[in-house]
Design a binder for this molecule. Structure first.
Ligand code: FES
Ligand code: FES
Length: 154
């Protein structure tokens, strides 16, 4: 048993200390927007935020979460999230969709830290999020678009 905060709610979950956070999110809490890909921190499909930082939930044991705030794609909000969702639609990013919640989590974390990222910033921040459909050019374009949408009016 452990207490964790997910999407703003304090919850008691039944996982062991070494249970991956991804298992708790998907299996116990039924937050299935976060995907299982490789299980080895190699693909980014399982990306969630812990205190705003993108982390791979497949290799994050429950005991490592502690009192920090977990945010999944279901609970993602704020101006960057709104801008990213709109930009993703406008740029028609999604193909099969499997990687996309991880991509959106990574993109939002980037834009919070770096509101006007360069191509290099985007490549660095998104490098660990793989897309078997090859949507990378549209992801990059959508992040630039989201940066514009989230920017305060001049
Ligand atoms: S499922 Fe976690 S990085 Fe691939
Ligand atoms: S959209 Fe299919 S894996 Fe990325």
């Amino acid at each position: 048993m452990a207490s964790i905060n997910v999407n703003g709610k304090d919850l008691t979950v039944s996982g062991e200390d070494d249970t991956p956070l991804l298992w708790v999110l998907r299996g116990e809490l039924k937050l299935t927007g976060t995907k299982f890909g490789c299980g080895m921190a190699l693909c980014g499909a399982c990306t969630v935020h812990i205190d705003g930082e993108p982390v791979r939930s497949c290799v994050t044991p429950l005991s490592a979460v502690g009192a920090r705030r977990v945010t999944t794609i279901e609970g993602l909000d704020g101006p960057q999230a709104t801008a990213v969702r709109a930009a993703w639609d406008e740029a028609d990013v999604v193909q099969c969709g499997y990687c996309q919640s991880g991509q959106v989590m990574a993109a939002c974390a980037l834009l919070v830290k770096t509101p006007q990222p360069t191509d290099a910033d985007i490549d660095q921040a998104m490098a660990g999020n793989l897309c078997r459909c090859g949507t990378y050019p549209r992801i990059r374009a959508a992040i630039h678009l989201a940066a514009k949408k989230a920017a305060p009016p001049a």
